[in-house]
Write a protein that binds this ligand. Structure first.
Ligand code: ZN
Ligand code: ZN
Length: 249
């Protein structure tokens, strides 16, 4: 059994439950460690992340829970840091580095908003060329190599709405070269890449991130993988960990 889950969200951002409800659910599941990783503040999009004011409240609440449940479970104060943000993350126990946007001029374009937004962005900014879109996305992912992070989050988030290769072929050499380039840039950090089951629990996909070909590449190159749920509700903590545990072996 996997005894920890380090990627989840609460009502401080876009999740449903309070941090305390998440901690209690983790205790009930018998976890040894629960890490909450709220979306760090991004000035260019405040719709889903911690505000600067809420950031302080979040830290204080997590410290309270750490103390209160210290004899039952290890509670870690995490943050999900966006590749295009410049947030100071020195206050946190750990940092998940994730890319959720690409930048075109002064525009920050989300890759995980909705299928229709995703397709519209590709048409408008990349002339409908998903491989060009992917190149720019993975170039952004690779910049995480220069940040202080401890886990690489959902490295192929750009495939969120591409179930069944609906829009582009994830085995296409153009796509794989871009994705493997980002992985190779991050491998020297010697930190785990997550296998993220969040898009399955939210009904967008049937397979976790990253794609199997990328998991194989990470393993071949000596990288490590950990499971995380990206849960936005207490019931989705450790979502399908038993089913996908074989991927991290
Ligand atoms: Zn994320
Ligand atoms: Zn997340």
């Amino acid at each position: 059994m996997i005894g920890r889950d380090l990627h989840c969200h609460t009502c401080f951002c876009d999740g449903k439950n309070t941090p305390e409800e998440m901690v209690l659910a983790a205790i009930e599941r018998g976890l040894t460690t629960i890490g909450i990783s709220e979306h760090g503040y991004t000035a260019f999009d405040s719709s889903y992340c911690l505000s600067l004011e809420k950031t302080e409240e979040y830290k204080a609440e997590m410290r309270r829970l750490k103390e209160k449940y210290s004899d039952k479970i290890e509670v870690l104060l995490g943050i999900e840091f966006d590749a295009l943000s410049d947030l100071d993350t020195s206050d946190y126990d750990y940092v998940i580095g994730s890319a959720h946007y690409v930048r075109c001029g002064d525009k920050y374009l989300p890759v995980d908003e909705s299928p229709s937004d995703f397709e519209q962005i590709c048409r408008e900014y990349f002339g409908g060329d998903y491989y060009a879109f992917a190149r720019e996305y993975y170039r952004t992912v690779a910049t995480l190599a220069n940040k202080k992070i401890h886990i690489v989050g959902h490295i192929d988030l750009i495939a969120k709405f591409n179930e069944g290769n609906r829009l582009f072929d994830m085995a296409d050499p153009r796509y794989l070269a871009a994705a493997k380039g980002a992985i190779d840039a991050l491998l020297p950090l010697n930190i785990p890449f997550e296998i993220n089951t969040g898009a399955i629990s939210r009904g967008h996909r049937t397979e976790p991130y990253p794609h199997k070909l990328l998991c194989d590449h990470i393993k071949q190159k000596g990288g490590t993988l950990i499971l995380s749920s990206d849960a936005h509700t207490a019931e989705n903590l450790c979502f399908k960990f038993e089913e996908f545990e074989y991927l991290i072996k």
